[in-house]
Design a protein around this ligand. Structure first.
Ligand SMILES: [Zn+2]
Ligand SMILES: [Zn+2]
Length: 276
């Protein structure tokens, strides 16, 4: 499997980072492409990861925070106009996702009508198949067996982490969460563990109440290292960086996680990837 950080950003706009979005490729010739979350601008990054909305076998949503969903409508429309016959976009996510998708499709109504009126060969509306999942659910996408795990991002509920197994390898994808039992079951013995992180030591020094509020529901870099060590993962990939580091600061972030975890630690610009 190949895991690519398509977008490493956060709600804070950054010209160098798309919003949170991770791509997993698996199966024969890595031909199965699954996207986890759809942060701002991720569709723009996807061609650089040799994929695009029309190539997706599935889209998994961790939670309904807007920074993880900003590009959802872009994926729906780009998938629709790039396919030659009605082709479902298959989406999995927490309870509440159906309501979200119904309203996005409603908002896209005028655009669907304009395009269908204008393009004679485009005579179907976007087909979006939504499956709402709860912790303990399991499903498959091609060669990938996926299980759903509870993560902890209160008051944001529900939130889901996805454990993807293919060809004997395991990739654990957590969204925004603090350490909890569900995160342990998600990441246990994983080959790759992808975690959104914040630098709590830096955020604590910024006297902006709305930034202070993020401290209690995100993993710090240190906590990501602790969870990786506790659950014996092989590679920790960090993403969703607050505050956004300059590349020369990456070693400092990695050193903080490395105090807790002696496996491989990966972070970087958008499109950083690992293969297992
Ligand atoms: Zn969130
Ligand atoms: Zn977030």
């Amino acid at each position: 499997m190949e895991v690519t950080l398509v977008g490493t950003g956060t709600p804070l706009p950054d010209p160098n980072r798309a919003g949170p979005c991770t791509l997993v490729k698996a199966g024969e010739n890595n031909g199965e492409h699954v996207l986890i979350d759809a942060g701002r601008g991720c569709v723009m990054r996807m061609p650089l990861a040799q994929t695009g909305p029309a190539f997706l076998s599935g889209l998994l949503i961790t939670h309904l925070h807007s920074d993880h969903l900003t590009a959802f409508n872009d994926i729906v429309t780009t998938h629709w106009i790039a396919t030659n016959e009605p082709t479902p976009l298959r989406v999995w996510g927490p309870v509440g996702l159906k309501h979200y998708v119904d309203h996005i499709l409603l908002a896209l109504g005028p655009d669907m009508k304009y395009r269908m009126d204008h393009h004679e060969d485009l005579n179907w509306e976007p087909v979006v198949e939504v499956t709402e999942v709860v912790p303990g659910d399991a499903f498959t996408i091609g060669s990938m067996s996926i299980t759903c795990h509870e993560t902890c991002h209160a008051p944001v509920e529900p939130t889901i982490g996805y454990r993807v197994e293919s060809d004997g390898k395991v990739v654990a994808l957590a969204g925004d969460t603090i350490p909890c039992d569900g995160l342990d079951s998600l990441t246990k013995d994983a080959d790759v563990y992808v975690q959104t992180v914040i630098r709590d030591d830096i955020v604590k020094t910024i006297p902006i109440p709305r930034l202070q509020d993020i401290l209690d529901y995100h993993s710090s870099v240190e906590q990501a290292g602790q969870v990786a060590a506790k659950n014996r993962v092989k590679t920790l990939m960090m993403t969703h960086y607050v505050p956004a580091p300059q590349p020369e600061q990456y070693p400092e972030w990695i050193a903080i996680a490395a105090k807790e975890f002696d496996g491989e630690i990966v972070m970087g610009d958008d499109l950083t990837s690992v293969t297992v």
